[in-house]
Design a protein around this ligand. Structure first.
Ligand code: ZN
Length: 264
């Protein structure tokens, strides 16, 4: 209760400072205040404490949907119009499953919204056909809360939202969540890194293959006939075939001619 009072005082204070404050009542009859709009909320102008002003505006609705799945910290599944729909949280990027705090970010999101009714406000859709959106639960913005808890990065590549940037900066300062790890790798770099590693490994393997082949292709030259042979030739290990060359070119440069049987 004390916390609620403090919150109200803070919010009224910021109202006077010019920020927009919204008030709404949930199904249980609890009154909420926030600086983020949710459906059915009333914009307070601060003229009368806690009372809607004559010029209030009602915030338009998003989707009122139930959360039925959590893929990871920043991706959830909701039931919308009777079918499951993937929602990618706008403007943030949570650590991947294989990264530190990946599991904790997922747990955080699960605790906040799983099996709950949320308000989804679509912003756009991504290349995977997922709806990119703001998600509100219990009057809180999940996108923002993940950042505040140090469970996500502000996804600057796709969002220039200053509030999100600020929340990330604050979480960094407090060394909250993933910011407690020095040199935490952004998930986008991590995903990129994975690809690079695979490519690098393939290239390395190809190079190894080449060097193995090169090493195997040792030619033997016959000191008497001045012919050179490749491995597998019946003359390869003849008694006079003691000159060793590591390439065709080397043999030819030494004045040897390719054998007509093995055609090196
Ligand atoms: Zn030969």
């Amino acid at each position: 209760m004390k916390r609620l009072t403090v919150l109200i005082v803070l919010l009224i204070g910021s109202t006077l400072a010019g920020a927009e404050i919204y008030k709404w009542t949930d199904k249980e009859g609890n009154i909420h205040f926030s600086d983020t709009p949710v459906p059915g909320a009333i914009l307070l102008d601060g003229s009368v404490e806690g009372q809607p002003s004559a010029t209030h505006k009602t915030v338009s609705s998003g989707w009122e949907v139930k959360v039925v799945g959590i893929a990871d910290g920043d991706t959830i599944t909701v039931l919308h119009d009777g079918r499951e729909r993937k929602i990618r949280l706008y403007g943030i990027d949570c650590p991947e499953k294989g990264q530190s705090f990946g599991k904790r970010a997922r747990q955080f999101t699960s605790n906040m919204v799983f099996n709950k009714s949320v308000d989804v406000r679509p912003v756009t859709s991504d290349r995977y056909g997922r709806t990119v959106a703001w998600v509100y639960a219990n009057g809180m913005c999940l996108n923002e809360e993940l950042l505040r808890a140090g469970m996500a990065w502000h996804y600057k590549k796709y969002s220039s939202d200053s509030k999100l940037a600020e929340l990330e900066a604050e979480a960094r300062q407090r060394t909250a969540g993933l910011w407690s790890i020095p040199g935490a790798v952004p998930p986008s770099d991590f995903r990129q890194g994975k690809k690079t590693t695979i490519v690098a490994r393939c290239e390395t393997k190809a190079r190894m293959q080449t060097s193995v082949n090169t090493r195997e292709e040792v030619y033997h030259g016959n000191l008497k006939t001045r012919k050179f042979h490749r491995p597998g030739c019946r003359y390869y290990n003849c008694s006079n075939c003691t000159a060793v060359f590591h390439s065709r070119e080397e043999a030819i440069r030494a004045g040897y001619v390719p054998c007509k049987v093995c055609r090196p």
